[in-house]
Design a protein around this ligand. Structure first.
Ligand code: FES
Length: 137
């Protein structure tokens, strides 16, 4: 069986973890919206509301949107992975911990997301991110 038969989040090989390169992102949050066969039914509405919130609150420098094919957690969807980025990279240890079902503030899943949840979800994560940044500096 080739790796394309597994959602990469559930693939047994660490090499399946995608290398994320988003050249525009330096610091801030990346909302990775699932567009897999289950979550994808709601992804357009979720992304539209997220973009509307980002534009309305002037968060373009701090909150970024990307997508994912499937996290392998379809039964919990619609799913979004919220990553904290610093110095142009996400915390790969946090992503790996999350894949192992361990909690880590730098990579958190949001499950059963509805479009109308996006403003609250973005504000909550951004507040937590900013507080963590202040603590670290
Ligand atoms: S379709 Fe979203 S986790 Fe599989």
């Amino acid at each position: 069986m080739t790796s394309r038969h597994f959602p990469h989040w559930t693939h047994p090989s660490i090499h399946a973890i995608p290398y994320v390169k988003m050249s525009k992102v330096k610091d801030g949050l990346v909302l990775r919206i699932c567009r897999g066969h289950q979550c994808g039914k709601h992804a357009d509405a979720i992304e539209a509301k997220a973009r509307e919130t980002i534009a309305a609150e002037g968060l373009e420098d701090e909150v970024h949107i990307d997508e994912e094919a499937c996290f392998g957690k379809c039964f919990l969807g619609p799913n979004i992975l919220v990553e904290r980025w610093r110095n142009g990279a996400r915390n790969e240890k946090a992503v790996f911990a999350m894949m192992m079902n361990q909690k880590h503030a730098d990579a958190r899943f949001e499950h059963q997301v509805r479009a109308e949840d996006m403003p609250k979800l973005i504000r909550w994560h951004l507040r937590a991110y900013r507080a963590a940044q202040e603590e670290e500096s």
